[in-house]
Design a protein around this ligand. Structure first.
Ligand code: ADP
Ligand code: MG
Length: 220
């Protein structure tokens, strides 16, 4: 069974048809890159896969669950537990330390003990090479470090899938390559599945599949 399956996703804003019937199948442990011109609908599609937005037509299945078939309350829980997000701008909370930022999805979850949340947060920061940065505020970290904190935060609840929207769009090429290698390390070490929207052709070339979106359609 596919980890993620999207069927016939359509989305319009007013009279603008942004997604014109998109299908996608992703297997567990796959790294799928989506490239394509600005305005193609990549972010809109990723938001729908992440349940941050709803399609007018079509279905999304993640880990066997028909995600939009759930009640709103269950959908919010599903999102917190099953989906990790990484954005171009890390969106870390400025007044919280790296560790506190990473632990946030665990606190929102509400089902995990504080001890377990902290342990997992520390393990992740360690795994991502940030053991010495746990008590730093975002402003005290480099851009690459901030983005790795955002990766750790995305992984805190052991999501089924991580969705990344131009995760290295704000990084220099060397730091971007470090981040991309981290994605592959996470896939190899813990079997993490990723869908990554990117303009970075080096990353797209490394991915298991490179899909092209254009004008609201998936070309390949
Ligand atoms: P991409 O990520 O490929 O650059 P987007 O998904 O951000 O593309 O946008 C696709 C199209 O949808 C663009 O024309 C954009 O202006 C439009 N769009 C995106 N979000 C909204 C919104 N909330 N309201 C109206 N139009 C939107
Ligand atoms: Mg976009």
């Amino acid at each position: 069974m596919n980890l993620l399956q999207a069927n016939g996703i359509r989305r319009t804003y007013g009279s603008l048809q942004v997604l014109k019937g998109i299908d996608l199948e992703v297997k567990r442990g796959e790294i799928v890159a989506i490239v394509g011109p600005s305005g193609a609908g990549k972010s809109t599609f990723l938001h729908i896969l992440g349940t941050l937005d709803r399609p007018e037509e079509g279905q999304v299945f993640i880990d066997g669950v028909n995600v939009f078939g759930q009640k709103d309350k269950d959908l919010a829980r599903f999102r917190n537990e099953k989906i990790g997000f990484i954005f171009q701008f890390h969106n870390l909370l400025a007044e919280f330390t790296a560790l506190e930022n990473v632990c946030m999805p665990g606190y929102i979850n509400g089902q995990i003990s504080e001890k377990d949340i902290l342990q997992r947060g520390k393990e992740l920061l360690d795994l991502l090479g940030l053991a010495g940065r746990m008590d730093h505020l975002p402003s005290q970290l480099s851009g690459g470090e901030q983005q790795r904190v955002a990766v750790a935060r995305a992984l805190l609840n052991k999501p089924a899938i991580v969705l990344a929207d131009e995760p290295s769009g704000n990084l220099d090429s060397h730091t971007a390559l470090d981040l991309h290698q981290l994605f592959f390390k996470l896939r190899n070490d813990i079997g993490q599945t990723f869908i990554i929207v990117t303009h970075n052709e080096e990353l797209a070339g490394m991915a298991d599949r490179r899909l092209i979106m254009q004008d609201g359609k998936m070309l390949s």
